[in-house]
Structure formats: structure tokens, C-alpha cells
Write a protein that binds this ligand. Structure first.
Ligand code: ZN
Length: 477
């Protein structure tokens, strides 16, 4: 999977340079303000990976401004983001109110100051939407410019702002402070000495409220001249999520002891071979958000599914995989990092399986029986070098393409009877988790039993899944 945070941070640095140096002189020159605004808006395009850009531009002297903000199609959130963008403009007008008053006395006022603001935007797998405004402002013609971050995180499922309290236990402050302080303390560059020494970044100082969340990191933003000399710009510190492990609060049930109710539900699960049965399968996970939401539904109805998990993600979210197992679900391998296995040599295939099995062994204390090759793509070499039964599917919901719960449900409905079928979905999309919330009760109402893939093979094909054997489309009709 991609790791966007490195990229967008590099771009943020580029932006800092642009804003800090280029824009001061551009804004002081008598060229078209609107044209130079478009020029630097273009610079941030590639780091705006969520939402459509909208602009607030005025080239009217004495206080021209250019602010760009995103719209993502969630009315509640879009209204808050737009209000934040408009706030930047009104704060700027208030700051330079004197210049505005003075300009009112003359017929052709000169430019007194400038405000340029753009943003970085991105979304995490668990559905957190981050908007990081970076504004630069100052007096026209002055060497001094100010750079500030305004960071907003929203939960796309609720439309509400996402705060520290939503994310961490109270101990987050100390963990953040420890990490950030040692990060700067390790910097040999005397030019970037913290104001007030390393104690300046202590937990009590409230430095850690400005943060964004990526899939792997929490990023802290510090305004220019807030903790370091102006020559150091407006620093960001990337803290891996692992640093906060044990203090995560997004999934409160994760930190509670495993529910004994789930186990007893499953041990009492009886399969009637004469009644219709269907196997739901989820590839590409685990993820903290969507997979847990799917598991919530399975748990609520006391049913099971099969998860074809990717090795490197199992390493990242071991607790989610352990929850899959605790709920009685089957866990298959979907390779270590989702390569197309038909492009690999026998040795590479074996190495991938060994690496993946070691992860499963560590996290679950056992290795999987089933392997679903990435893209469902396999050949004789894959078959001969995989210590599993190979499984594909018979109903494709195309959930990865539609990212829409209604389309997922419509694809399944199109299939007619689901008896004996294996349904392909992905455990990393919130839209899929949403579809599952409607699908599971509807299947139960129609009299289906939800079984694992191994159970389907056992009850419908009368076999125990065997190494090197392939179960595919025609086996699950
Ligand atoms: Zn996949």
C-alpha cells in the first residue's frame, strides 16, 4: 500500500520555502496578485489528496488575499472547513485594520499587506479527513513574514471534529512531549535551538493540539517562531503511531478484555448442511477502522466470515487480527505485501510465504490453511510453491471500485441465490463495512447460515482444504 505522508511532508517543506521567501517578494512587487496566487496554489495541488479545491481571492488593495480550501462532499464538514478559511481572511483584516482605515482616506490605495493560504488534505483508512491550512502573511515589501498552520481533523462518518480526546488516553501528552523533545534535542544544528531549552516542550504547555493523522503517523505542527527561531521555519514532527500504542482510544473495545460471550457464541454455532449457506470474505486488511466496524457487525449477530489478511498489515494491527480470531472467524493469507504472484519466481513465492507465516505465527500462534493470491492471480508455480489451499471466490461485489454501500448490496442482489457461494469484499473500506451492516441481518432473515470458507469446502465439497489444491469460481456455485 502507499505511504503518502512522506510525500506530502516533502511538499509542505517546498511550500514553506515558497511562502517564506518567494511570496514575500512576489507580494511586494506590483504584479498581479491574483496571478501569483494561482501560481502558488498550483504548487500544493499534488498534496491535496482529499476534496476539491475552492478559492477565496481578492486582489483589492490595501489588503489583497488568496485562500484555498477543500470541499469533500460532506455538508457538515465542508461548512466547518469553509468557515475556517473565511476566519483566516477576517483575522488578517483585523490584524491590518489600521492600514485599511488609512487606505480609506485615499482614492487609489497601495498594497499594505498580503495573505496567502493553501492546504494539504488527506484521508486515513479509518475515515479521518485531515485539512492542514498553511498561511503566510506580512506587510507588503517587508522581509518579515509569518507562517502558521491551522490543522483540522474530522471524522467522516459523524461529520464531527476529531480531537485528542477521541484519539488518546490522558497519557498522550507525555508521550508526545517525550518524542518531540528528544527529536529536537538530537538536532546538532545550533541554529534550531528550542526557545527555553527542551523543557519548553513539556506536556503542560499545550503544544500538541495541532496534529494530523495519517495511516502510520501522527504529525505535529508548530508555527514559525513559536518554538524555534524564524530561520528554522515552521517545523513539523512526524511521530509513528506505535509511540502511542496502548493509549489509542479510537476502538475502545480493543483495550477491554476479550469478550467471553463471543467464544461461547461460536462454540455453540451449529451448521445444518441442508440449509443454505454463504461465505463472506474480506481481503487486503486488517485496518483499524473498517475491519473493526465489520467485526462489530459479525459480533452483534454472532456470525463469522473469512479474512484474507496481508502480512505487513497484520504486523501493524495485530490486535485487529486477534479480534478476528477471537470471534471465531477464519484467517487466510493474502501474501506479505500484495504482489502479483504470477510475476514471482518459485524462490520469491516461498520467501513471501515464509515471511507471512512468521507474522501469523507470532500474532496468532498458528499459520493459515488458506491462501487467496493477490488479484486472484495464480499459475502452476504459485500452486506448487504455496503451503496452503488456494481459494478465489464466486461473487465479486466490486466494492473496491464503487466504494459505495448501495452498489455493493446491488451487486450481491444481482446474484440471486447465494447458497454455496463465496463473496469477495475488502476489509479496508468504510463503504464495505456500511454494506455489511445491512447485508448480515438481511442474509439471516433470508435463512442463510454464514460459514467460513473452510466450512463451505467441508460441507459443500466434502473435503478438508488441501495444500496445493485450488478452490475457485466453479467450486462455489
Ligand atoms: Zn487484494
Amino acid at each position: 500500500m502507499k505511504k503518502p505522508h512522506i510525500l506530502w511532508l516533502c511538499r509542505l517543506l517546498v511550500l514553506t520555502l515558497l511562502f517564506g521567501v518567494g511570496m514575500t517578494s512576489a507580494a511586494s512587487a506590483q504584479e498581479s496578485f491574483a496571478a501569483s496566487a494561482q501560481e502558488y496554489f498550483a504548487q500544493s495541488k499534488s498534496s491535496q489528496t482529499a476534496g476539491e479545491a475552492q478559492q477565496l481571492i481578492s486582489d483589492q488593495n490595501p489588503l489583497p488575499y488568496a485562500v484555498e480550501y477543500p470541499v469533500i462532499g460532506n455538508d457538515a464538514i465542508d461548512a466547518q472547513v469553509k468557515a475556517a478559511a473565511m476566519q483566516l481572511v477576517s483575522d488578517y483584516q483585523t490584524l491590518y485594520a489600521d492600514a485599511q482605515a488609512a487606505a480609506a482616506e485615499v482614492s487609489r490605495p497601495k498594497q499594505a499587506a498580503y495573505l496567502m493560504a493553501s492546504y494539504t488534505s488527506f484521508q486515513t483508512e479509518e475515515g479521518l479527513y485531515n485539512v492542514v491550512f498553511q498561511e503566510t502573511y506580512g506587510e507588503a515589501g517587508s522581509e518579515t513574514s509569518f507562517t502558521k498552520y491551522h490543522v483540522f481533523v474530522y471524522d467522516l462518518s459523524t461529520g464531527e471534529p476529531f480531537t485528542w480526546e477521541d484519539l488518546f488516553r490522558p497519557s498522550y501528552q507525555e508521550k508526545a512531549a517525550d518524542y518531540v523533545t528528544s527529536y529536537f534535542a538530537a538536532d546538532e544544528d545550533t541554529a534550531c535551538r528550542l526557545f527555553g531549552g527542551t523543557q519548553a516542550l513539556s506536556a503542560e504547555r499545550g503544544w500538541y493540539d495541532s496534529f494530523a493523522v495519517s495511516d502510520s503517523d501522527i504529525v505535529f505542527y508548530f508555527d514559525k517562531y513559536s518554538i524555534l527561531p524564524a530561520s528554522c521555519g515552521a517545523p513539523t514532527v512526524i511521530v509513528p503511531r506505535d509511540v502511542f500504542s496502548g493509549s489509542y482510544l479510537t476502538d475502545p473495545e480493543e483495550v477491554e478484555p476479550e469478550q467471553p460471550a463471543a467464544d461461547s457464541q461460536n462454540s455453540s454455532r451449529i451448521i445444518d448442511p441442508n440449509k443454505p449457506m454463504v461465505a463472506l470474505t474480506f481481503d487486503d486488511g486488517p485496518s483499524r477502522g473498517a475491519t473493526n466496524r465489520i467485526l462489530d457487525t459479525l459480533e452483534k449477530y454472532g456470525v463469522v466470515a473469512t479474512f484474507f489478511d496481508v502480512g505487513y498489515r497484520v504486523e501493524s494491527y495485530p490486535e485487529v487480527v486477534q479480534r478476528e480470531k477471537a470471534l471465531g472467524c477464519e484467517i487466510g493469507s493474502h501474501s506479505y505485501d500484495h504482489k502479483d504472484f504470477t510475476t514471482l519466481t518459485a524462490a520469491q513465492i516461498q520467501a513471501d510465504h515464509n515471511k507471512t507465516n512468521a507474522v501469523f505465527q507470532k500474532v496468532l500462534g498458528e499459520t493459515p490453511t488458506l491462501f487467496r493470491p493477490p488479484y486472484g492471480s495464480y499459475n502452476a508455480t504459485v500452486r506448487q510453491n504455496s503451503p496452503y489451499a488456494i481459494v478465489t471466490w464466486s461473487v465479486d461485489t466490486l466494492d473496491w471500485k464503487s466504494r459505495n454501500a448501495d452498489s455493493v448490496l446491488a451487486e450481491i442482489r444481482k446474484e440471486g441465490s447465494l447458497d454455496g457461494k463465496v463473496v469477495l469484499m475488502h476489509g479496508i473500506y468504510d463503504s464495505t463495512a456500511q454494506a455489511v451492516e445491512q447485508l448480515v441481518p438481511s442474509l439471516l432473515e433470508q435463512g442463510y447460515q454464514l460459514v467460513t470458507v473452510s466450512e463451505m469446502i467441508q460441507y459443500r465439497l466434502g473435503e478438508t482444504p488441501a495444500q496445493g489444491k485450488v478452490y475457485q469460481y466453479s467450486d462455489f456455485r
